[in-house]
Design a protein around this ligand. Structure first.
Ligand SMILES: [Zn+2]
Length: 205
């Protein structure tokens, strides 16, 4: 007799599979999350499901800076209190949250939604670079701060952007060293971020 091993009921297997698609969630974690949800009160599980639907329905991307927003243009792009001559280029929306929390920056932002990574098949055309170039054409922006992460992909992206932006006559600066190498901007503390922002230096190419 060739018996099949006992598998999880189909809805359970489906949820495990969905969790497994999320970044940083391995098969074991996906199982744990699923069985945690199974034990959760129905109202709590429903609240979670609704929160997921809500972000998908109400949150969009700002057509100017590409940040996530519930109004377009986003509050930062629409604000008259921001310095419109400086654009800080970051990889992810979470990096903006970190910089805003540090209170060290009053200019505008641009979110690339990733970094150049040949290993993962991510080239410049996958990032929001054309949108950045379009913003610079108006001539209002005089400085672009490259605030990509201090790791291999972030540095590659920064170098690529430097080559692209310098011929446009805009000042290109890079956040000062001091950020933990290999780390993500979003995890840097406020003091480190403020120092990196204030100590930013023009890149020569
Ligand atoms: Zn915006």
């Amino acid at each position: 007799m060739n018996e099949h091993p006992i598998a999880a009921p189909a809805p359970v297997a489906r949820l495990i599979e969905e969790f497994h698609k999320l970044p940083g969630v391995g098969p074991k974690s996906a199982q744990r999350l699923t069985y945690h949800l199974l034990r959760m009160p129905a109202a709590e599980a429903k609240a979670l499901a609704e929160a997921i639907l809500d972000v998908k329905e109400r949150i969009t991307f700002c057509t100017v800076c590409q940040n996530v927003t519930d109004s377009n243009p986003c509050r930062i792009c629409a604000s008259d209190r921001r310095d419109r001559s400086i654009v800080c280029v970051v990889e992810e929306p979470l990096d903006i949250l970190a910089l805003e929390r540090s209170g060290s920056y009053q200019g505008l932002y641009h979110v690339l939604h990733g970094a150049i990574s040949p290993m993962d098949g991510i080239g410049p055309e996958e990032l929001k670079i054309q949108e950045l170039l379009a913003r610079l054409r108006s001539g209002e922006v005089t400085e672009v701060i490259l605030a990509t992460n201090p790791n291999l992909e972030g540095e590659a992206t920064s170098m690529y952007l430097t080559r692209l932006l310098r011929p446009l006559g805009v000042k290109v600066t890079r956040l000062a060293r001091g950020l933990p190498v290999g780390g993500d901007l979003e995890y840097a503390d406020d003091v480190t971020l403020t120092r990196a922002m204030e100590g930013r230096q023009e890149v020569s190419g």
